[in-house]
Design a protein. Structure first.
Length: 335
């Protein structure tokens, strides 16, 4: 088994998942503003470090995606943040794209940038302790989108990124996110997500990316958040599995879903149902940001020194998702 496949399996195997703590400074500032906490480098680190020191880091969290600011910070006991994460048996990772910008030729769509200088940035992050990376492409569904241009451009960028990451001995997370914003039906989400994922793998194969050494981070199949035709959780699970069976080559070791605007409970319940119905060889786990952190952040904001209380809230959410990643969650465990 390749080293990269080993790392991928350590990140999402045995019910473990990924904590997405890679919010940009502006996004994290917005989150802290929402709970009336001043956004300083110290406070951003304090919240994240509180989570990184929780007991669920050993039991539930196989990897943590960091942001450029955080991977270079020093923790309260003078450890580098990647060392702190590694000390709990979890793998440090890093977001390496520079964000979604307006796509030339289709100004209502986005292309993710960050390939310029990426090889050198990857070497720096690898030397800082990163074991995996993340790059996110975003696609909107409307009557006319996503366009072929958007689908092809983002697939090409994801593939070039992945090839460079593997060259640097790290595992690339490939994240093509079809957004849930809009009035589209679940059927439209299914069709567009299938097209997006298939094109990503065409490009990954063309760029000679080792599919055994990646993690796919897709959206679940959901109706748009403004759609009148919402579907049941069971239908979400069935359609998501059908989409991935058709679109993902069998060499890929695992899939870590993004929560994509779902609530904490909804994202846990859907993940659980997916695993109950899963007959593939793919590991089906989670890579959640807000759906892992939101309750902990609200609790922490009331007293930012109460690390024990915050960790208790975070540990519960992480445990629920790890049970869901094994199809062992039930609603009564939430109380």
């Amino acid at each position: 088994m390749s080293d990269l496949k080993n790392i991928a399996l350590e990140i999402i195997g045995n019910g473990k998942g990924i904590l997405a703590a890679d919010e940009s400074t502006s996004t994290m500032t917005k989150r802290l503003d929402d709970v009336n906490v001043k956004s300083t480098p110290e406070n951003r680190l304090l919240f994240r470090e509180t989570l990184f020191r929780s007991s669920s880091m050993s039991d539930c969290i196989g990897g943590v995606i960091l942001y450029d600011e955080t991977i270079k910070q020093i923790s309260s006991d003078k450890k580098k943040v990647p060392e702190l994460i590694s000390s709990f048996g979890s793998h440090p990772g890093i977001k390496v794209d520079t964000g979604a910008k307006i796509l030339a030729g289709s100004p209502d769509e986005k292309i993710t940038e960050g390939l310029d200088g990426l090889r050198d940035r990857l070497k720096e992050y690898y030397n800082l302790g990163a074991k995996f990376t993340k790059w996110r492409g975003v696609y909107s569904i409307t009557k006319t989108y996503p366009s072929k241009l958007c689908i092809y451009s983002n697939a090409h960028a994801l593939a070039r990124y992945s090839a460079l990451v593997q060259e640097c001995n790290m595992v690339p997370i490939v994240e093509p996110e079809v957004l849930m914003d809009g009035e589209h039906s679940a059927k439209e989400c299914f069709e567009k997500t299938s097209e997006v994922i298939k094109k990503c793998f065409d490009e990954l194969i063309l760029h000679k990316v080792d599919l055994e050494g990646i993690i796919l981070k897709p959206n679940m199949i959901l109706a748009g958040n403004k759609s009148k035709d919402q579907i049941s959780n069971e239908e979400v699970a069935k359609l998501t599995l059908e989409c991935l069976k058709k679109s993902v080559p069998t060499e890929v070791p695992g899939i870590a879903f993004l929560s994509g605007g779902q609530s904490e409970l909804q994202s846990t319940e859907n993940l659980n149902l997916i695993n109950k119905l899963n007959t593939t060889n793919f590991i089906m786990s989670y890579s959640y940001g807000r759906a892992l952190q939101q309750s902990a952040l609200k609790f922490w904001s009331k007293n930012i020194q109460d690390s024990k209380g915050t960790q208790k809230v975070f540990n519960h959410r992480a445990k629920m998702n790890t049970l869901a990643a094994q199809g062992k969650w039930s609603k009564n465990l939430e109380n």
